[in-house]
Design a protein around this ligand. Structure first.
Ligand code: NDP
Ligand code: 3PY
Length: 328
């Protein structure tokens, strides 16, 4: 059987490496720094499939350097680095991995909320520094029970975060562009963004990065939030205007921020966010469990092989070009 030619721009997990190599000649960028653009364009000259990471901009220029490309996949649910319209114009289906990362990302997001609400990281810092003093000196957090959580982007992960919050006795508000039909099931109240910002004790952001959501959180939005509010972001960093967030945290406009994502990513070592006492940051690890990352990678490979074989991708962003050469 003829082997397909594919480019992979991140180090492959062992769980997918054999499966891919069996069917494909793989050019793999296995380093942690991003693949140089020039090299990528060179590799793509005869590639039929691309398994790309978030640091690769898939745009018209890249696509025009890849005349044989039949499928692009990403092991992620976010695809803001890919120009979907340009792919669709060329009839190239784009695979992504929704659903399989929901519970892990919801755990991490709620974990961020719990960590800052109860100052877990500050407690650990004190223990490590040998400051296990009397009870009044330890950092006091705040209760979750009875507090309002506002979720901006109540999709699959948002709903899974809501469930965790409700188990802790929180009241859940949410906003989306469209009100959900299953409000009874998710037990959350739909409100406009402004009302959510004004009323919530915790604001969690879980929207995709789009033209509409880029910079959605700036000075105006932080000024509408309670001065005691906690801001938690697990959605792409560019949804937040970082300078405005720094200012809001410095001025006490909001109480605390917990971020799994930043803009830029990673932050330079001298970035002001890293110097503030009321911030907690993790390095974009929402989906990073062994089971979830393996599920994501395997689904990405299923998408890739389906596209190469002229079959429908199991999970495709641009359905209008997701067809099977055998039946459609
Ligand atoms: N930190 C991490 O490691 C990870 C982060 N993520 C991030 O989480 C995000 C959510 O994933 P998932 O829940 O699976 O996606 P879904 O598509 O299920 O949910 C996205 C939600 O955002 C809402 N939304 C979209 N645009 C807007 C807008 N302009 N204003 C308000 N709400 C909006 C959508 O509702 P509607 O269409 O009605 O507006 C939808 O409810 C991803 O886009 C990804 O970036 C995902 C995995 C891991
Ligand atoms: O899936 C995504 O969008 C991520 O952020 C990476 O897990």
């Amino acid at each position: 059987m003829r082997k397909f030619s594919v480019v992979v721009t991140e180090k492959m997990l062992p769980s997918i490496s054999d499966k891919l190599q069996e069917r494909c000649h793989v050019r793999e960028w296995d380093r942690t720094d991003p693949i140089p653009r020039e090299l990528l364009l060179k590799w793509l000259a005869d590639a039929e499939g691309l398994f790309c990471s978030g640091d690769v901009q898939v745009d018209d220029e890249l696509l025009s350097c890849a005349p044989k490309l039949r499928v692009i996949v990403k092991s992620a649910v976010g695809y803001d680095n890919i120009d979907i319209e340009a792919c669709t114009r060329r009839g190239i289906p784009v695979g992504y991995t929704p659903g399989v990362l929901v519970e892990a990302t919801a755990d991490l997001t709620f974990g961020l909320l719990l960590t800052v609400a109860r100052r877990l990281h500050e407690g650990w810092d004190r223990v490590r520094a040998g400051k296990w003093e009397n009870n009044t000196e330890i950092p006091f957090g705040i209760d979750l029970y009875g507090k309002k959580l506002g979720i901006v982007g109540m999709g699959q992960i948002g709903a899974a975060v809501a469930k965790r919050a409700q188990a802790s006795g929180m009241i859940v508000l949410y906003t989306n562009r469209r009100r959900r039909r299953d409000e009874e099931k998710i037990q959350a109240t739909y409100v406009k963004l402004d009302k959510l910002l004004e009323e919530s004790d915790f604001v969690v952001v879980l929207t995709p990065l789009t033209k509409e959501t880029r910079g959605m959180f700036g000075a105006e939005q932080f000024s509408k939030m309670k001065r005691t509010a906690y801001f938690i972001n697990a959605a792409p960093g560019a949804i937040v205007d970082t300078d405005s967030l720094v200012q809001a945290l410095k001025d006490g406009q909001i109480a605390y921020a917990a971020l799994d994502v930043t803009d830029p990513e990673p932050l330079p070592p001298d970035h002001p966010l890293l110097t503030l006492p009321n911030v907690f940051i993790t390095p974009h690890m929402g989906s990073a469990t062994i089971e979830t990352r393996n599920r994501m990678a395997l689904l990405a490979v299923d998408n890739l092989l389906a596209g190469l074989e002229g079959k429908r991708l199991p999970t495709c962003v641009n359905e209008s070009v997701n067809y099977s050469s055998e039946t459609d």
